[in-house]
Design a protein around this ligand. Structure first.
Ligand code: SAM
Length: 307
């Protein structure tokens, strides 16, 4: 029997926050989370009752196809209804702002993307990854997929989390960032790539992959998992800068390859809403979440530019 199409969401209301309480972690995620002595990394392990009214968006486009929320991602994910989102792109904290050095514009500077990027220790960081990955899996539709970016600081925890939570990893993309900053210590190879994991909700998922389009975009040859895409150019930062902004070309490829017209894309750590920009251009609906008002204000300018 063919799969029934997923029930349509009301596109005018995007009524996603219908939980009377907040979803707790699945028994599997709860069992996997190790206690962190003396550390409450701000993680809530239990379901909490009585959330009340749906949260108000920080911004909604005139046709309500693009929305931004100012919130802690975990808090908001826990309020979203089961199986309501077609694709999730997550560019989470990599936890790399811990006193190291890097090179910006030829100068040696401390790596400091912001307080949100500081590590809570290996176990605290891994618990955090398990919690949000678990919620993402709950709210993904059965055939939905999740993308997660990272470097060695977070990607092994994320990859292990995907495996133990029963996602099916489909690809690990190596994003080659042409012209990376030089390695100042001269004791390592220059860090020139980021990893982007693409996973289906489960082994049974019949995930979307717009293969002919990707082949066409690659000059008639199958597109490989090594992507050469330069960092964002100046015009992508014309409304202001986000310290870890992703290139629009990267998100255009991801959204075009793995979603269809009008589908709903969620970015729980949206920053300057590069994912939303790609969704606006490609006719997908978008929900972005970020804790920082400054980044959401930048996102609003970028999204309004696309309308
Ligand atoms: C790596 S950046 C995302 C950049 C984005 N992809 C872009 O192109 O601009 C991660 C973002 O997550 C936000 N963030 C970190 N922890 C968060 C949390 N617990 N809940 C919501 N947002 C969070 C930060 O404010 C930051 O803007």
């Amino acid at each position: 029997m063919p799969d029934l199409p997923a029930p349509a969401l009301d596109p005018t209301t995007l009524d996603l926050f219908d939980r009377p309480d907040a979803a707790g972690p699945s028994p599997r995620a709860a069992a996997l989370m190790a206690p962190v002595p003396g550390l409450d990394a701000g993680l809530v392990h239990e379901a909490r009752p009585g959330y009340g009214d749906p949260p108000a968006p920080f911004y909604a486009s005139p046709d309500d196809s693009l929305r931004l929320y100012q919130a802690d991602a975990l808090d908001l994910l826990r309020r979203m209804r089961d199986e309501s989102v077609d694709m999730i792109f997550a560019d989470p904290p990599y936890f790399l702002s811990n006193g190291g050095i890097t090179c910006v514009g030829g100068r040696m500077v401390k790596v400091d993307k912001g307080g949100w990027d500081k590590s809570a220790g290996i176990t605290g960081d891994h618990n955090f990854n398990l919690l949000w990955l678990d919620q993402c899996r709950r709210i993904l539709r059965p055939n939905g997929t999740l993308w997660v970016t990272g470097t060695s600081h977070n990607i092994h925890s994320v990859g292990y989390g995907l495996q133990v939570l029963d996602y099916k990893i489909l690809n690990d993309i190596a994003w080659y960032k042409i012209n990376p900053p030089p390695n100042l210590a001269c004791r390592y190879f220059t860090h020139a790539t980021e990893t982007i994991l693409w996973a289906a909700k489960s082994a049974k998922s019949r995930h979307t992959f717009n293969y002919p389009l990707m082949k066409e975009q690659n000059g008639g040859k199958q597109m490989e998992s090594l992507w050469q895409i330069p960092p964002p150019c100046a015009s992508e930062k014309r409304h202001g800068k986000h310290p870890t902004q992703k290139p629009e070309a990267l998100l255009m490829r991801i959204v075009a390859a793995t979603t269809n017209q009008d589908e709903l894309v969620l970015d729980p750590f949206c920053g300057s809403a590069t994912t939303g920009v790609a969704c606006a251009r490609l006719g997908r609906r978008f929900i972005g979440i970020d804790r920082e008002q400054e980044f959401l204000a930048l996102s609003v300018k970028r999204l309004a530019d696309e309308l």
